[in-house]
Design a protein around this ligand. Structure first.
Ligand SMILES: NC(=O)c1ccc[n+]([C@@H]2O[C@H](COP(=O)([O-])OP(=O)(O)OC[C@H]3O[C@@H](n4cnc5c(N)ncnc54)[C@H](OP(=O)(O)O)[C@@H]3O)[C@@H](O)[C@H]2O)c1
Length: 269
């Protein structure tokens, strides 16, 4: 279904973005890849090229509109079109609000996680419309609930949810579909290592391991591609968490308790 389509992925230098790029290369798609880190990006590109696909890479900051415009232009110049945009670039935090010493992390989280998506969609949408393609936003289950130690991250993901709920209504009848993906914890990514700590810098390597509750990148990628093929609106990963937003509406205190327990486990794990 994605053979000879062009899939543009932000955050393709590591984690979910890098795995999705390889899965789409296996599906026969050409790739337009974007991230801050050139080394990781070239590694992903090499793996996709080894599968016989054409790949365009650009490094830049999704928080800067001019970098996103440059990437979209280079992608269309190199690959001829953009069928799908997967907005995956993201950064997190792991600190109690009252202990944060550098308040600028809240702006940086919004710049990357929310405005970074807005910028990419803004420049890519005319091309996606031409192909009647798809936009996929990698949000988070934290886009629907509150989570301790993640105030700024949660706020940025709630903004992503609101943006796409509204954009989807504007795109009715254009042939463009929007999928929002809400994963729980993912295993094997750099998100926690790169997350802002209370001092404003990256947390760095941690000996802590993700709990058994986390989902592998292969399983998450497979679920995302399956949902894209069905042109689904929303995907919660893992499947068993799909009732969480409903439970939150009915009894927010229970969800609050479960979430606090889950974060404590992750913190200790
Ligand atoms: N890991 C989880 O448990 C989890 C759960 C739910 C949702 N998510 C979401 O999944 C997405 C992918 O995260 P991941 O877990 O795969 O983490 P990851 O391994 O840290 O990947 C994040 C990617 O985003 C890129 N990126 C960060 N800031 C950027 C910027 N300003 N401009 C361009 N690229 C930037 C990184 O590139 P560089 O290497 O160049 O920095 C990297 O390629 C994120 O949106 C995250 O919020 C993750």
């Amino acid at each position: 279904m994605y053979a000879d389509k062009v899939v543009a992925i932000t955050g393709a230098s590591s984690g979910l973005g890098a795995t999705l790029a390889q899965r789409f290369a296996e599906e026969g798609a050409d790739l337009a890849l974007f991230a801050l880190d050139e080394e990781g990006l070239l590694e992903t590109a090499g793996l996709c090229r080894a599968l016989g696909r054409n790949v365009v890479t650009s490094t830049g900051d999704v928080g800067k509109p001019e970098d996103c415009e440059k990437w979209v232009d280079a992608s269309v110049a190199g690959l001829g079109k953009i069928d799908c945009l997967i907005a995956c670039a993201g950064i997190s935090m792991w600190a109690k609000f009252e202990e944060v010493e550098d308040v600028s992390i809240f702006r940086r989280l919004m710049d990357t996680n929310y405005l970074g998506i807005v910028h990419c969609v803004y420049y890519a949408l005319p091309h996606i419309k031409t192909c009647k393609g798809q936009i996929v936003a990698i949000s988070s289950i934290q886009g629907k609930i509150g989570v301790p130690l993640h105030t700024g991250y949660v706020a940025s993901k709630h903004a992503v949810q609101g943006f796409f709920e509204s954009l989807r209504t504007e795109l009715v009848g254009t042939g463009v579909d929007v999928l929002t993906v809400l994963p729980h914890w993912l295993r094997g990514t750099n998100l926690r290592k790169a997350a802002f700590g209370k001092h404003g810098g990256a947390l760095g390597s941690s000996s802590r391991k993700h709990s058994k509750e986390s989902v592998t990148l292969d399983d998450a990628s497979e679920a995302i591609i399956k949902a894209m093929k069905k042109r689904q609106r929303e995907l919660i990963i893992p499947f068993k968490l799909r009732f969480l937003p409903w439970l939150h509406l009915i009894n927010p205190k229970i969800v609050e308790y479960l979430v606090r327990r889950g974060v404590d486990k992750e913190d200790e794990a």
